[in-house]
Design a protein around this ligand. Structure first.
Ligand code: SAM
Length: 281
């Protein structure tokens, strides 16, 4: 396992994933009943954008670094929860960026719960230290697939599951859709978010086809492309498949994605996509 998220925190893919995550949590908060966030690939929780790792790649500068200027008011209203978390971590300037567990904890209510799982031993320890004293959070250091099998369905019977692998190993796409299948069998009503990379390979197409075949009503495909994909050229964008999409999240993302694509896209390459892979019933 070579992947360390500290090199990539706050990049365009994190911006897309975290904006969607924040919107899903806001939708879950519309009902009083508590929910649980199961973050199967959690990372460390908080990232220092002035640190060595982030400085080596500078990826955040093409992501959260480009969001300083406000968007149109109707878009800002939707981004407010995400923005508020980042503002609360930074007093003026931008040095700290929240990972998915930190974002979830800051948006969740008193009775909601977080299960944050991270396999990398050092990162799991950093995450454990980070959430020390937070009664709503529990950290595990399992393989994500084992975590999903062990912890679904959640006792609250409401919640979201984030599947966010690094796709370093050859079998990781296959494993990601397999764990989604396991998760759905155990927790059919849960909101599942599956992240995938857009590169000059067929990983995204394979994942999308597999998930479409699962035929889960209200499966939304959301993609943010920022540059041309070419062999050896790395991440050209990213996508999320949202299963059991909360009502009206699609129209919110229809507003947000073109604005993000325009802001984060290089040259004319910026492109946002929001479409039903399987429509709601
Ligand atoms: N979800 C995080 C966020 O949004 O802030 C970022 C996660 S990062 C893309 C992927 C994480 O998965 C890395 O921290 C990596 O160590 C971890 N990881 C890799 N293989 C794993 C596995 N089999 N099970 C659980 N975690 C794994």
């Amino acid at each position: 396992m070579n992947y360390r998220h500290a090199y990539h925190a706050g990049n365009h893919a994190d911006v897309l994933k975290h904006i969607v995550l924040a919107r899903v949590i806001e939708h879950l908060k519309k009902k009083d009943k508590p929910f649980r966030v199961i973050d199967a690939h959690a990372g460390t929780g908080l990232y220092d954008l002035s640190g060595i790792e982030a400085g080596k790649t500078g990826e955040w500068e093409g992501g959260i670094g480009r969001l300083a200027e406000p968007f149109a008011p109707e878009i800002e209203a939707l981004l407010q929860p995400y923005r508020e978390v980042i503002d609360a971590l930074n007093s003026g300037g931008l040095t700290l960026y929240p990972g998915s567990p930190e974002l979830a904890l800051r948006l969740m209510r008193t009775g909601d719960a977080l299960l944050a799982n991270e396999l990398h031993a050092e990162d799991a320890m950093a995450l454990e230290r980070h959430v020390t004293g937070e009664p709503r959070a529990r950290v595990t250091a399992l393989d994500a697939e084992t975590c999903i099998k062990a912890h679904l369905p959640p006792p609250e019977r409401r919640g979201l599951v984030l599947i966010d692998p690094p796709y370093e190993a050859k079998n990781e796409a296959e494993k990601a859709t397999r764990m989604l299948g396991h998760g759905l069998r155990r927790f059919a009503t849960g909101v599942f978010l599956l992240w995938y990379p857009l590169k000059a390979d067929d990983i995204a197409a394979g994942i999308i086809a597999e998930v479409e075949a699962m035929k889960v009503a209200a499966t939304l495909r959301v993609e943010l492309r920022v540059r041309e994909a070419f062999a050896g050229g790395g991440l050209a964008g990213s996508g999320l498949l949202i299963l059991n999409t909360p009502w009206r999240l699609d129209s919110e993302l229809q507003l947000i994605l073109p604005a993000l694509a325009q802001r984060l896209g290089l040259g004319n390459w910026g492109h946002g996509l929001v479409e039903w892979l399987v429509p709601p019933k």
